[in-house]
Write a protein that binds this ligand. Structure first.
Ligand SMILES: Cc1cc2nc3c(=O)[nH]c(=O)nc-3n(C[C@H](O)[C@H](O)[C@H](O)COP(=O)(O)O)c2cc1C
Length: 211
């Protein structure tokens, strides 16, 4: 393997795939990352089931965890309880004039992420890994989602009678927004914005990310 045989084979395969000459089993990882955009408006004709949420939470049985402590726990919320929760969240803090989510277009399902221990550096890292893994799984299943940190913790705890403190909500549904990434240079505004019905998300280029 000294001549990087496997590495070269992989490069060749990727090049063939990019040229459309190799079959794709499913969406590429890159495609999943691109499609995994934070959706703030949902088509509620698509109703997310508790079973779908269960499949999303299942990714947590396969991901890293600090000291493998697996302190995160999840409450699945659908139906009327989800409707209630939609009144306790704030979406699109950078676009307050849009008052998101608009009535009838909030996510119709949520995963509430809690922890069995007090929030800490490692709990928060586990939280991020879990949230992103679940969002990617949702996209893989043809759904969309968004991390929601702006919610009324007391109201959510009471409404769901949670035995643990909620750290983050994941809203799940069928997104209906057109969202595009926009490469920006270091120092440019990172505020997301809308133009002609399209939601643009500025992202820093790789060359500026590397220090
Ligand atoms: C930890 C975390 C909390 C977030 N909380 C909110 C929120 O409360 N409301 C909201 O509209 N978006 C929230 N977002 C979504 C971000 O605004 C979004 O990731 C960012 O605008 C980039 O867009 P993208 O996810 O499509 O790349 C949150 C994202 C993360 C990672």
């Amino acid at each position: 393997m000294a001549d990087n045989y496997l590495g070269n084979k992989m490069e060749e395969h990727l090049a063939r795939q990019q040229a459309g000459k190799a079959p794709k089993a499913s969406r590429s990882l890159n495609q999943l990352f691109l499609e995994n955009r934070s959706q703030r408006s949902y088509d509620n004709r698509c109703v997310v089931s508790e079973n779908q949420l269960r499949r999303i939470v299942e990714v947590n049985t396969k991901i890293p965890s600090a000291r493998n402590q697996q302190v995160l726990r999840f409450r699945l919320v659908t139906g009327q309880q989800a409707e209630k929760l939609s009144g306790m969240i704030r979406l699109g803090g950078a676009l307050p004039e849009l008052h998101l989510p608009q009535p009838g277009h909030a996510p119709n399902a949520y995963i509430v992420i809690c922890a069995t221990v007090e929030e800490s550096h490692y709990v928060d890292i586990d939280l991020g890994i879990s949230a992103q893994s679940m969002l990617l799984k949702a996209v893989d299943m043809g759904l969309n989602g968004i991390c929601i940190g702006a919610f009324d913790k007391t109201a959510v705890t009471e409404a769901l009678q949670l035995p643990l403190q909620p750290l983050l909500l994941i809203g799940i549904g069928k997104g209906e927004e057109q969202i595009r990434l926009k490469e920006v240079a270091e120092g440019d505004s990172l505020k997301y914005y809308r133009e002609d019905g399209i939601h643009y998300v500025p992202k820093i280029q790789t060359k500026d990310l590397i220090i």
